[in-house]
Design a protein around this ligand. Structure first.
Ligand code: NDP
Length: 456
Protein backbone atom coordinates (compact mmCIF):
# COMPACT_ATOMS: atom_id res chain seq x y z
CA UNK A 1 0.00 0.00 0.00
CA UNK A 2 1.54 3.37 -0.93
CA UNK A 3 1.46 6.05 1.79
CA UNK A 4 -1.21 8.74 1.56
CA UNK A 5 1.40 11.35 0.66
CA UNK A 6 2.79 9.17 -2.14
CA UNK A 7 -0.69 8.44 -3.48
CA UNK A 8 -1.51 12.14 -3.44
CA UNK A 9 1.67 12.99 -5.31
CA UNK A 10 1.06 10.33 -7.93
CA UNK A 11 -2.54 11.50 -8.39
CA UNK A 12 -1.45 15.12 -8.74
CA UNK A 13 1.02 14.11 -11.45
CA UNK A 14 -1.66 12.08 -13.20
CA UNK A 15 -4.14 15.00 -13.06
CA UNK A 16 -1.47 17.23 -14.61
CA UNK A 17 -1.09 14.77 -17.47
CA UNK A 18 -4.88 14.76 -17.96
CA UNK A 19 -4.80 18.54 -18.05
CA UNK A 20 -1.98 18.56 -20.62
CA UNK A 21 -4.08 16.27 -22.79
CA UNK A 22 -7.10 18.59 -22.48
CA UNK A 23 -4.99 21.55 -23.57
CA UNK A 24 -3.73 19.60 -26.57
CA UNK A 25 -7.21 18.45 -27.62
CA UNK A 26 -8.92 21.84 -27.15
CA UNK A 27 -6.52 24.35 -28.70
CA UNK A 28 -7.23 28.09 -28.61
CA UNK A 29 -9.71 27.95 -25.73
CA UNK A 30 -7.92 29.76 -22.87
CA UNK A 31 -11.03 30.34 -20.73
CA UNK A 32 -11.93 26.64 -20.92
CA UNK A 33 -8.36 25.68 -20.00
CA UNK A 34 -8.48 28.08 -17.04
CA UNK A 35 -11.79 26.66 -15.75
CA UNK A 36 -10.59 23.05 -16.09
CA UNK A 37 -7.23 23.77 -14.45
CA UNK A 38 -8.91 25.46 -11.50
CA UNK A 39 -11.00 22.33 -10.88
CA UNK A 40 -8.34 19.68 -11.52
CA UNK A 41 -5.91 21.44 -9.17
CA UNK A 42 -8.22 20.66 -6.27
CA UNK A 43 -9.29 17.08 -7.01
CA UNK A 44 -6.19 15.09 -5.98
CA UNK A 45 -7.39 14.24 -2.44
CA UNK A 46 -10.67 12.71 -3.61
CA UNK A 47 -9.29 10.93 -6.68
CA UNK A 48 -6.40 9.51 -4.63
CA UNK A 49 -8.82 8.23 -2.00
CA UNK A 50 -11.19 6.67 -4.54
CA UNK A 51 -9.28 4.74 -7.24
CA UNK A 52 -12.56 3.54 -8.78
CA UNK A 53 -13.15 7.08 -10.09
CA UNK A 54 -9.85 7.00 -11.94
CA UNK A 55 -10.44 3.49 -13.26
CA UNK A 56 -13.82 4.58 -14.66
CA UNK A 57 -12.08 7.57 -16.33
CA UNK A 58 -14.53 9.95 -14.68
CA UNK A 59 -12.25 12.97 -14.97
CA UNK A 60 -11.61 12.43 -18.67
CA UNK A 61 -15.34 11.91 -19.27
CA UNK A 62 -16.34 15.01 -17.29
CA UNK A 63 -14.18 17.38 -19.30
CA UNK A 64 -15.60 16.17 -22.61
CA UNK A 65 -19.02 17.69 -23.43
CA UNK A 66 -21.72 15.15 -24.23
CA UNK A 67 -22.71 17.26 -27.25
CA UNK A 68 -21.58 20.55 -28.84
CA UNK A 69 -23.83 22.42 -31.23
CA UNK A 70 -22.57 25.24 -33.44
CA UNK A 71 -25.00 26.76 -35.92
CA UNK A 72 -25.59 29.64 -38.29
CA UNK A 73 -28.11 32.32 -37.35
CA UNK A 74 -29.24 34.42 -40.31
CA UNK A 75 -31.56 37.37 -39.80
CA UNK A 76 -32.50 40.71 -41.33
CA UNK A 77 -31.81 44.08 -39.69
CA UNK A 78 -34.11 47.11 -39.80
CA UNK A 79 -32.56 48.33 -43.03
CA UNK A 80 -33.26 45.02 -44.71
CA UNK A 81 -29.60 43.99 -44.72
CA UNK A 82 -28.88 40.32 -44.01
CA UNK A 83 -26.80 39.57 -40.92
CA UNK A 84 -25.01 36.33 -40.13
CA UNK A 85 -24.10 35.29 -36.58
CA UNK A 86 -22.93 32.09 -34.95
CA UNK A 87 -24.99 30.25 -32.34
CA UNK A 88 -23.71 27.77 -29.75
CA UNK A 89 -25.11 25.29 -27.28
CA UNK A 90 -22.80 23.02 -25.34
CA UNK A 91 -24.72 20.21 -23.66
CA UNK A 92 -22.01 19.30 -21.21
CA UNK A 93 -23.33 16.79 -18.70
CA UNK A 94 -26.77 15.36 -17.97
CA UNK A 95 -25.97 12.81 -15.26
CA UNK A 96 -27.98 14.72 -12.64
CA UNK A 97 -30.79 16.13 -14.79
CA UNK A 98 -31.57 17.96 -18.03
CA UNK A 99 -28.83 20.27 -19.32
CA UNK A 100 -29.35 23.62 -17.62
CA UNK A 101 -27.55 26.90 -18.13
CA UNK A 102 -27.93 30.33 -19.66
CA UNK A 103 -27.52 31.87 -23.09
CA UNK A 104 -25.04 34.72 -23.55
CA UNK A 105 -25.36 37.24 -26.39
CA UNK A 106 -22.12 39.24 -26.61
CA UNK A 107 -19.63 39.86 -29.43
CA UNK A 108 -16.88 38.07 -27.46
CA UNK A 109 -18.76 34.74 -27.38
CA UNK A 110 -16.96 31.79 -28.96
CA UNK A 111 -16.92 28.04 -28.42
CA UNK A 112 -14.17 28.19 -25.78
CA UNK A 113 -16.10 30.69 -23.67
CA UNK A 114 -19.29 28.65 -23.92
CA UNK A 115 -17.35 25.52 -22.92
CA UNK A 116 -15.83 27.25 -19.88
CA UNK A 117 -19.26 28.41 -18.78
CA UNK A 118 -20.82 25.01 -19.44
CA UNK A 119 -18.09 23.21 -17.52
CA UNK A 120 -18.53 25.51 -14.51
CA UNK A 121 -22.25 25.02 -14.74
CA UNK A 122 -21.99 21.24 -14.17
CA UNK A 123 -20.42 21.82 -10.77
CA UNK A 124 -22.59 24.76 -9.83
CA UNK A 125 -25.76 22.87 -10.62
CA UNK A 126 -24.57 19.83 -8.70
CA UNK A 127 -23.97 22.01 -5.63
CA UNK A 128 -27.59 23.18 -5.62
CA UNK A 129 -28.68 19.58 -4.98
CA UNK A 130 -31.68 20.18 -7.26
CA UNK A 131 -31.36 17.63 -10.09
CA UNK A 132 -30.06 19.70 -13.00
CA UNK A 133 -27.26 18.89 -15.44
CA UNK A 134 -24.86 21.42 -16.98
CA UNK A 135 -24.96 23.30 -20.29
CA UNK A 136 -24.46 26.75 -21.72
CA UNK A 137 -25.03 28.55 -25.00
CA UNK A 138 -25.14 31.85 -26.76
CA UNK A 139 -24.11 33.83 -29.78
CA UNK A 140 -21.64 36.47 -30.92
CA UNK A 141 -24.67 38.69 -31.63
CA UNK A 142 -24.36 42.13 -29.99
CA UNK A 143 -27.74 43.40 -28.77
CA UNK A 144 -26.31 46.82 -27.94
CA UNK A 145 -27.63 49.49 -30.29
CA UNK A 146 -30.14 47.10 -31.85
CA UNK A 147 -33.85 47.95 -31.95
CA UNK A 148 -36.45 45.80 -30.21
CA UNK A 149 -37.58 44.51 -33.60
CA UNK A 150 -34.02 43.48 -34.50
CA UNK A 151 -33.53 41.71 -31.18
CA UNK A 152 -36.82 39.89 -31.75
CA UNK A 153 -35.88 38.77 -35.26
CA UNK A 154 -32.49 37.59 -34.04
CA UNK A 155 -34.06 35.62 -31.16
CA UNK A 156 -36.55 34.04 -33.53
CA UNK A 157 -33.81 32.98 -35.95
CA UNK A 158 -31.71 31.63 -33.06
CA UNK A 159 -34.59 29.59 -31.64
CA UNK A 160 -35.62 28.29 -35.09
CA UNK A 161 -32.40 26.27 -35.05
CA UNK A 162 -32.03 25.58 -31.34
CA UNK A 163 -35.59 24.43 -30.61
CA UNK A 164 -35.02 20.89 -31.91
CA UNK A 165 -32.43 20.31 -29.18
CA UNK A 166 -34.50 21.64 -26.26
CA UNK A 167 -37.22 20.24 -24.03
CA UNK A 168 -38.16 20.35 -20.37
CA UNK A 169 -36.58 16.92 -19.83
CA UNK A 170 -33.69 17.51 -22.25
CA UNK A 171 -32.17 20.98 -22.22
CA UNK A 172 -33.49 24.12 -20.51
CA UNK A 173 -31.73 27.44 -21.27
CA UNK A 174 -32.06 30.73 -19.35
CA UNK A 175 -30.51 34.21 -19.52
CA UNK A 176 -26.94 35.43 -19.06
CA UNK A 177 -25.03 38.48 -20.35
CA UNK A 178 -27.17 40.21 -23.01
CA UNK A 179 -30.13 37.89 -22.44
CA UNK A 180 -32.76 39.18 -20.02
CA UNK A 181 -36.53 39.08 -19.76
CA UNK A 182 -37.10 40.64 -23.18
CA UNK A 183 -34.97 38.07 -25.01
CA UNK A 184 -36.41 35.11 -23.06
CA UNK A 185 -39.87 36.32 -24.12
CA UNK A 186 -38.98 36.35 -27.81
CA UNK A 187 -37.22 32.98 -27.56
CA UNK A 188 -40.17 31.39 -25.76
CA UNK A 189 -42.65 32.82 -28.28
CA UNK A 190 -40.75 31.30 -31.17
CA UNK A 191 -40.39 27.92 -29.42
CA UNK A 192 -44.14 27.85 -28.82
CA UNK A 193 -44.91 28.83 -32.41
CA UNK A 194 -42.67 26.16 -33.94
CA UNK A 195 -43.57 23.29 -31.63
CA UNK A 196 -47.23 24.13 -31.03
CA UNK A 197 -46.62 23.36 -27.35
CA UNK A 198 -46.92 25.61 -24.33
CA UNK A 199 -44.02 24.00 -22.56
CA UNK A 200 -43.22 26.29 -19.64
CA UNK A 201 -40.31 24.24 -18.35
CA UNK A 202 -38.31 24.64 -21.56
CA UNK A 203 -36.87 28.07 -20.65
CA UNK A 204 -36.44 29.82 -17.33
CA UNK A 205 -36.39 33.51 -16.53
CA UNK A 206 -39.86 33.87 -18.07
CA UNK A 207 -42.16 36.77 -17.22
CA UNK A 208 -44.03 36.22 -13.97
CA UNK A 209 -47.37 36.56 -15.78
CA UNK A 210 -46.63 33.57 -18.05
CA UNK A 211 -44.84 30.85 -16.13
CA UNK A 212 -41.89 32.70 -14.62
CA UNK A 213 -41.01 32.53 -10.95
CA UNK A 214 -41.04 35.46 -8.62
CA UNK A 215 -37.50 36.27 -7.40
CA UNK A 216 -35.79 34.61 -10.42
CA UNK A 217 -34.66 38.01 -11.70
CA UNK A 218 -33.21 38.88 -8.31
CA UNK A 219 -31.87 35.44 -7.41
CA UNK A 220 -28.25 35.49 -8.58
CA UNK A 221 -27.42 38.80 -6.93
CA UNK A 222 -29.45 38.02 -3.81
CA UNK A 223 -27.81 34.60 -3.56
CA UNK A 224 -24.29 35.97 -3.76
CA UNK A 225 -24.98 38.45 -0.98
CA UNK A 226 -26.44 35.68 1.20
CA UNK A 227 -23.37 33.54 0.51
CA UNK A 228 -21.10 36.45 1.44
CA UNK A 229 -23.03 37.02 4.65
CA UNK A 230 -22.52 33.32 5.55
CA UNK A 231 -18.76 33.57 4.91
CA UNK A 232 -18.54 36.65 7.12
CA UNK A 233 -20.63 35.01 9.82
CA UNK A 234 -18.14 32.12 9.98
CA UNK A 235 -15.50 34.76 10.82
CA UNK A 236 -17.65 36.39 13.46
CA UNK A 237 -18.56 39.36 11.25
CA UNK A 238 -21.77 40.84 9.92
CA UNK A 239 -22.48 42.36 6.51
CA UNK A 240 -24.28 45.31 8.08
CA UNK A 241 -22.17 48.44 8.04
CA UNK A 242 -19.55 47.03 5.63
CA UNK A 243 -18.38 49.08 2.64
CA UNK A 244 -19.11 47.07 -0.49
CA UNK A 245 -17.74 47.45 -4.03
CA UNK A 246 -19.86 45.98 -6.82
CA UNK A 247 -18.78 45.79 -10.47
CA UNK A 248 -21.17 45.59 -13.43
CA UNK A 249 -24.60 47.16 -13.73
CA UNK A 250 -26.60 44.36 -15.30
CA UNK A 251 -28.97 41.84 -13.79
CA UNK A 252 -26.57 40.34 -11.26
CA UNK A 253 -25.08 43.68 -10.18
CA UNK A 254 -28.43 45.44 -9.65
CA UNK A 255 -29.83 42.80 -7.33
CA UNK A 256 -26.52 42.42 -5.54
CA UNK A 257 -26.78 46.11 -4.69
CA UNK A 258 -30.41 45.65 -3.62
CA UNK A 259 -29.77 42.77 -1.23
CA UNK A 260 -26.54 44.19 0.19
CA UNK A 261 -28.34 47.44 0.99
CA UNK A 262 -31.26 45.54 2.50
CA UNK A 263 -28.81 43.79 4.84
CA UNK A 264 -27.36 47.13 5.93
CA UNK A 265 -24.20 47.33 3.83
CA UNK A 266 -23.07 50.51 2.10
CA UNK A 267 -22.63 49.99 -1.65
CA UNK A 268 -20.66 52.77 -3.31
CA UNK A 269 -19.90 51.54 -6.82
CA UNK A 270 -21.27 50.04 -10.02
CA UNK A 271 -19.58 49.84 -13.42
CA UNK A 272 -19.89 48.89 -17.08
CA UNK A 273 -17.36 48.19 -19.81
CA UNK A 274 -16.69 51.93 -20.24
CA UNK A 275 -16.10 53.02 -16.63
CA UNK A 276 -17.33 53.07 -13.05
CA UNK A 277 -19.24 55.27 -10.63
CA UNK A 278 -18.34 56.03 -7.02
CA UNK A 279 -21.25 57.38 -5.06
CA UNK A 280 -20.30 58.65 -1.62
CA UNK A 281 -23.89 58.61 -0.40
CA UNK A 282 -24.31 55.01 -1.52
CA UNK A 283 -25.89 53.89 -4.81
CA UNK A 284 -29.42 55.23 -5.37
CA UNK A 285 -30.96 51.98 -6.54
CA UNK A 286 -34.18 53.49 -7.80
CA UNK A 287 -32.28 55.85 -10.09
CA UNK A 288 -29.92 53.08 -11.20
CA UNK A 289 -32.84 50.80 -12.12
CA UNK A 290 -34.50 53.63 -14.03
CA UNK A 291 -31.31 54.26 -16.03
CA UNK A 292 -30.42 50.59 -16.65
CA UNK A 293 -33.69 48.67 -16.77
CA UNK A 294 -36.08 51.26 -18.17
CA UNK A 295 -33.86 53.48 -20.33
CA UNK A 296 -31.14 50.88 -21.11
CA UNK A 297 -28.56 53.61 -20.39
CA UNK A 298 -24.98 53.61 -19.05
CA UNK A 299 -23.54 54.16 -15.59
CA UNK A 300 -22.22 57.52 -16.84
CA UNK A 301 -25.88 58.58 -17.25
CA UNK A 302 -26.48 57.59 -13.60
CA UNK A 303 -23.55 59.75 -12.47
CA UNK A 304 -24.74 62.69 -14.57
CA UNK A 305 -28.20 62.55 -12.99
CA UNK A 306 -27.21 61.75 -9.41
CA UNK A 307 -25.61 65.06 -8.44
CA UNK A 308 -22.63 65.94 -6.29
CA UNK A 309 -22.25 62.67 -4.38
CA UNK A 310 -21.37 60.62 -7.47
CA UNK A 311 -18.39 60.80 -9.79
CA UNK A 312 -17.81 58.86 -12.97
CA UNK A 313 -14.38 57.44 -13.73
CA UNK A 314 -13.85 56.52 -17.34
CA UNK A 315 -11.77 53.37 -17.81
CA UNK A 316 -9.72 52.52 -14.72
CA UNK A 317 -10.47 49.80 -12.22
CA UNK A 318 -13.40 49.80 -9.84
CA UNK A 319 -11.23 47.72 -7.48
CA UNK A 320 -9.14 50.82 -6.72
CA UNK A 321 -12.03 51.96 -4.51
CA UNK A 322 -11.33 50.87 -0.89
CA UNK A 323 -13.83 48.29 0.37
CA UNK A 324 -14.42 45.70 3.08
CA UNK A 325 -16.23 43.42 0.64
CA UNK A 326 -15.82 43.11 -3.15
CA UNK A 327 -18.50 41.51 -5.29
CA UNK A 328 -17.39 41.21 -8.95
CA UNK A 329 -20.61 40.92 -10.99
CA UNK A 330 -19.73 41.80 -14.61
CA UNK A 331 -17.70 39.23 -16.54
CA UNK A 332 -14.78 36.76 -16.56
CA UNK A 333 -11.24 37.84 -15.60
CA UNK A 334 -12.28 41.34 -14.55
CA UNK A 335 -10.37 41.24 -11.24
CA UNK A 336 -6.62 40.93 -11.87
CA UNK A 337 -3.61 40.19 -9.66
CA UNK A 338 -2.97 43.95 -9.44
CA UNK A 339 -6.59 44.55 -8.44
CA UNK A 340 -6.41 41.84 -5.76
CA UNK A 341 -3.20 43.36 -4.40
CA UNK A 342 -4.91 46.77 -4.21
CA UNK A 343 -7.95 45.29 -2.48
CA UNK A 344 -5.76 43.51 0.08
CA UNK A 345 -3.74 46.65 0.70
CA UNK A 346 -7.02 48.47 1.38
CA UNK A 347 -8.09 45.83 3.90
CA UNK A 348 -10.68 43.76 2.02
CA UNK A 349 -12.16 40.94 4.15
CA UNK A 350 -14.24 39.03 1.60
CA UNK A 351 -14.47 38.67 -2.17
CA UNK A 352 -17.38 36.72 -3.62
CA UNK A 353 -17.99 36.05 -7.31
CA UNK A 354 -21.37 37.10 -8.72
CA UNK A 355 -20.06 36.81 -12.27
CA UNK A 356 -18.59 33.59 -13.64
CA UNK A 357 -14.81 33.33 -13.11
CA UNK A 358 -14.31 37.11 -12.69
CA UNK A 359 -11.16 36.64 -10.59
CA UNK A 360 -7.99 35.59 -12.39
CA UNK A 361 -6.09 32.59 -10.93
CA UNK A 362 -3.22 34.91 -9.90
CA UNK A 363 -5.70 37.17 -8.10
CA UNK A 364 -7.26 34.20 -6.29
CA UNK A 365 -3.77 33.27 -5.05
CA UNK A 366 -3.15 36.80 -3.73
CA UNK A 367 -6.48 36.76 -1.86
CA UNK A 368 -5.89 33.28 -0.45
CA UNK A 369 -2.37 34.11 0.73
CA UNK A 370 -3.75 37.22 2.48
CA UNK A 371 -6.42 35.16 4.26
CA UNK A 372 -9.35 36.88 2.53
CA UNK A 373 -12.60 34.88 2.48
CA UNK A 374 -13.15 33.96 -1.17
CA UNK A 375 -16.48 32.68 -2.57
CA UNK A 376 -15.99 31.01 -5.97
CA UNK A 377 -18.68 31.56 -8.59
CA UNK A 378 -19.86 27.99 -8.78
CA UNK A 379 -20.92 28.21 -5.15
CA UNK A 380 -21.59 31.92 -4.66
CA UNK A 381 -23.67 32.65 -7.75
CA UNK A 382 -25.62 29.39 -7.84
CA UNK A 383 -28.74 31.15 -6.54
CA UNK A 384 -29.83 32.06 -10.07
CA UNK A 385 -29.82 28.56 -11.43
CA UNK A 386 -31.26 27.20 -8.18
CA UNK A 387 -34.24 29.51 -8.59
CA UNK A 388 -34.50 28.44 -12.22
CA UNK A 389 -34.88 24.90 -10.91
CA UNK A 390 -37.64 26.18 -8.61
CA UNK A 391 -39.27 27.79 -11.67
CA UNK A 392 -39.16 24.41 -13.43
CA UNK A 393 -40.76 22.83 -10.36
CA UNK A 394 -43.58 25.41 -10.45
CA UNK A 395 -44.06 24.85 -14.19
CA UNK A 396 -44.29 21.07 -13.71
CA UNK A 397 -46.96 21.41 -11.04
CA UNK A 398 -48.65 24.42 -12.73
CA UNK A 399 -48.28 26.42 -9.55
CA UNK A 400 -47.03 29.94 -8.87
CA UNK A 401 -45.38 30.27 -5.48
CA UNK A 402 -45.47 33.52 -3.49
CA UNK A 403 -42.22 35.52 -3.39
CA UNK A 404 -41.65 34.73 0.28
CA UNK A 405 -41.63 30.99 -0.40
CA UNK A 406 -39.14 31.30 -3.27
CA UNK A 407 -36.90 33.59 -1.26
CA UNK A 408 -37.00 31.25 1.68
CA UNK A 409 -35.99 28.28 -0.51
CA UNK A 410 -33.24 30.38 -2.10
CA UNK A 411 -31.86 31.28 1.33
CA UNK A 412 -31.88 27.60 2.33
CA UNK A 413 -30.08 26.56 -0.86
CA UNK A 414 -27.39 29.22 -0.40
CA UNK A 415 -26.83 28.21 3.21
CA UNK A 416 -26.60 24.55 2.21
CA UNK A 417 -24.10 25.31 -0.57
CA UNK A 418 -22.02 27.39 1.81
CA UNK A 419 -22.00 24.70 4.49
CA UNK A 420 -21.28 21.91 2.02
CA UNK A 421 -18.28 23.78 0.55
CA UNK A 422 -17.04 24.78 3.99
CA UNK A 423 -17.34 21.32 5.54
CA UNK A 424 -15.92 19.50 2.51
CA UNK A 425 -12.87 21.77 2.56
CA UNK A 426 -12.34 21.06 6.26
CA UNK A 427 -12.71 17.32 5.73
CA UNK A 428 -9.99 17.36 3.06
CA UNK A 429 -7.53 19.37 5.13
CA UNK A 430 -8.15 22.70 3.38
CA UNK A 431 -10.02 24.73 6.03
CA UNK A 432 -11.59 27.93 4.72
CA UNK A 433 -10.82 27.02 1.08
CA UNK A 434 -14.24 27.34 -0.55
CA UNK A 435 -12.72 26.69 -4.00
CA UNK A 436 -11.50 23.23 -3.03
CA UNK A 437 -14.63 22.47 -0.99
CA UNK A 438 -17.03 23.41 -3.78
CA UNK A 439 -15.06 21.56 -6.47
CA UNK A 440 -14.68 18.35 -4.49
CA UNK A 441 -18.29 18.21 -3.27
CA UNK A 442 -19.69 18.87 -6.75
CA UNK A 443 -17.28 16.48 -8.44
CA UNK A 444 -18.22 13.62 -6.12
CA UNK A 445 -21.91 14.17 -6.69
CA UNK A 446 -21.64 14.12 -10.49
CA UNK A 447 -19.02 11.36 -10.55
CA UNK A 448 -21.15 9.08 -8.35
CA UNK A 449 -24.14 9.55 -10.65
CA UNK A 450 -22.01 8.81 -13.71
CA UNK A 451 -20.51 5.76 -12.04
CA UNK A 452 -23.97 4.42 -11.25
CA UNK A 453 -25.20 5.02 -14.80
CA UNK A 454 -22.55 2.87 -16.48
CA UNK A 455 -20.25 3.36 -19.43
CA UNK A 456 -21.98 6.13 -21.38
P1 NDP B 1 -25.97 41.58 -18.00
O1 NDP B 1 -25.85 41.54 -19.48
O2 NDP B 1 -27.26 41.91 -17.38
O3 NDP B 1 -24.87 42.59 -17.43
C1 NDP B 1 -23.51 42.43 -17.70
C2 NDP B 1 -22.75 43.58 -17.06
O4 NDP B 1 -21.36 43.31 -17.15
C3 NDP B 1 -22.96 44.91 -17.74
O5 NDP B 1 -22.81 45.94 -16.80
C4 NDP B 1 -21.82 44.94 -18.76
O6 NDP B 1 -21.42 46.25 -19.16
C5 NDP B 1 -20.71 44.28 -17.97
N1 NDP B 1 -19.79 43.63 -18.90
C6 NDP B 1 -20.07 42.64 -19.79
N2 NDP B 1 -18.99 42.30 -20.49
C7 NDP B 1 -18.01 43.10 -20.04
C8 NDP B 1 -16.65 43.24 -20.37
N3 NDP B 1 -16.07 42.49 -21.33
N4 NDP B 1 -15.92 44.15 -19.67
C9 NDP B 1 -16.48 44.91 -18.69
N5 NDP B 1 -17.78 44.82 -18.35
C10 NDP B 1 -18.52 43.93 -19.01
O7 NDP B 1 -25.43 40.15 -17.49
P2 NDP B 1 -25.67 39.44 -16.09
O8 NDP B 1 -25.73 40.45 -15.01
O9 NDP B 1 -26.77 38.46 -16.25
O10 NDP B 1 -24.33 38.59 -15.95
C11 NDP B 1 -23.15 39.09 -15.31
C12 NDP B 1 -22.25 37.94 -14.92
O11 NDP B 1 -22.95 37.07 -14.02
C13 NDP B 1 -21.78 37.04 -16.06
O12 NDP B 1 -20.49 36.55 -15.77
C14 NDP B 1 -22.77 35.88 -16.01
O13 NDP B 1 -22.25 34.71 -16.59
C15 NDP B 1 -22.93 35.74 -14.52
N6 NDP B 1 -24.14 35.03 -14.08
C16 NDP B 1 -25.39 35.48 -14.42
C17 NDP B 1 -26.50 34.81 -13.96
C18 NDP B 1 -27.88 35.32 -14.20
O14 NDP B 1 -28.81 34.78 -13.57
N7 NDP B 1 -28.09 36.33 -15.01
C19 NDP B 1 -26.37 33.56 -13.19
C20 NDP B 1 -25.02 33.22 -12.80
C21 NDP B 1 -23.96 33.94 -13.27
P3 NDP B 1 -21.73 46.74 -20.67
O15 NDP B 1 -23.18 47.11 -20.67
O16 NDP B 1 -20.82 47.89 -20.87
O17 NDP B 1 -21.40 45.58 -21.57
Amino acid sequence: MPSTATALQATTAWLESVEADILRRNPGEPEFHQAVREVLETLAPVVAARPELRDARLVERLVEPERQLVFRVTWQDDRGDIQVNRGFRVEFNSALGPYKGGLRFHPSVNLGIVKFLGFEQIFKNALTGLGIGGGKGGSDFDPRGRSDAEVMRFCQAFMTELHRHLGEHTDVPAGDIGVGGREIGYLFGQYRRITNRWEGGVLTGKGTGWGGSLIRTEATGYGNVLFTAEMLRKRGEDLAGQQVTVSGSGNVALYTVEKAQALGAVVRTVSDSAGYVVDDKGIDLELLKQVKEVERGRVSDYAARRGASARYVEGGSVWDVPADVALPSATQNELSERDATTLVRNGVKAVSEGANMPTTPEAVRVLRDAGVAFGPAKAANAGGVATSALEMRQNASREAWPAARVEDELAQVMRRIHDTAYETAERHGRPGDYVAGANIAAFERVADAMLAQGVI
